[in-house]
Write a protein of this length. Structure first.
Ligand code: NDP
Length: 287
């Protein structure tokens, strides 16, 4: 049996079309959502992400503000820019592209963003709000994974979920979202023992490790739903954290790389920017 491929690219295109329609609905009120992206330094992967974020922001009718700063930028200069963006009413969402060059204090920069404009959901207040079940900005990559899971499975209640990876940007918020949806969640990491056996119990397996083809086919529970967050550049091109060919013989459904989680991340960034715009204008959260 071959697993169903969960087409994140198509799902994200639908989501962006819906966002574009909602952005158009705001225009008569004189509201144009604005997203500011701050890139410090010349990391090639970050440059690609920032370019496509800007393009897609404009495509849905939002305003994109791009701020490119040299790698030598000091903390004070960066914080001064964040303060300006916080105060700018045309800016509804602020994203600082990570990782920052060495010497800059990432946590201090993220926590300087107004929580209402923190469309990445990394500000400590948003992390705390998500963890305590309060209205939060939810990190884009795990939010995109959750949407794909809900779309495919319906309710996640009672399902065994294993998340491999415990980073602040993917693994931990993914675990929080699965828990919020009443899955039974296990978070694995580099010190986890007998990971293969643990994965074999997972109805939902989320891989966010950063190692090409790390998850083997025989780690998958027959019929499981597998979400591959990994983006690994290899000589054979972009590959995920899961051995797709082997896993798709056993899983019920699996996301491809590319074309799975990646496009969902940017679409969710736009969704968060729309949500931030609605909240700052006293409007209900967009559906
Ligand atoms: P990090 O490097 O921050 O975290 C990786 C996690 O994997 C860590 O928790 C680490 O454990 C764990 N890990 C490493 N080796 C092993 C191992 N042998 N066994 C079990 N666990 C292990 O990565 P990110 O969370 O930032 O990203 C993960 C992947 O997702 C990357 O490939 C990244 O490119 C991709 N990504 C994709 C996005 C998208 O839009 N599709 C967005 C963001 C990331 P420990 O904590 O113990 O070190």
């Amino acid at each position: 049996m071959t697993a169903q491929t969960l087409d994140g690219k198509a799902f994200a295109a639908h989501l962006r079309a819906r966002i574009a329609a909602q952005v158009a609905d705001l225009a008569p009120r004189g509201i144009v959502p604005g997203l500011a992206v701050v890139l410090v330094g010349e990391d090639p992967a970050s440059q690609v992400y920032v370019r496509s974020k800007g393009r897609m922001t404009r495509e849905v009718g939002m305003t994109s503000f791009e701020h490119r700063l040299p790698a030598t930028t000091d903390q004070q200069t960066l914080l001064a820019l964040i303060a300006r963006l916080n105060a700018d009413p045309a800016v509804n969402g602020i994203l600082v592209q990570l990782p920052l060059p060495k010497g800059l204090d990432e946590a201090a920069v993220i926590n300087a963003i107004l929580p209402e404009k923190d469309v990445d959901g990394f500000h400590i207040l948003n992390v705390g709000r998500l963890a305590t079940g309060q209205k939060a900005m939810v990190p884009c990559t795990p939010l995109g994974c959750l949407m794909l899971l809900r779309d495919h499975l319906g309710s996640l209640a009672g399902r065994n979920a294993v998340v491999i990876g415990r980073s602040n940007i993917v693994g931990k918020p993914m675990a929080q979202l699965l828990l919020r949806d009443s899955a039974t969640v296990t978070v694995a990491h580099s010190r986890t023992q007998d990971l293969a056996a643990l994965c074999r119990q997972a109805d939902i397996l989320v891989a966010a490790v950063g190692r090409a083809h790390f998850v083997q086919g025989d780690w998958i529970k027959p019929g499981a739903t597998v979400i591959d967050v990994g983006i690994n550049r290899t000589e054979a091109g972009l590959v995920g954290d899961v051995d797709f060919a082997a896993a798709s013989q056993i899983a019920g459904a699996i996301t491809p790389v590319p074309g799975g989680v990646g496009p969902m991340t940017i679409a969710c960034l736009l969704a968060n920017t729309l949500t931030a715009t609605a909240r700052s204008n006293g409007l209900p959260d967009p559906e």
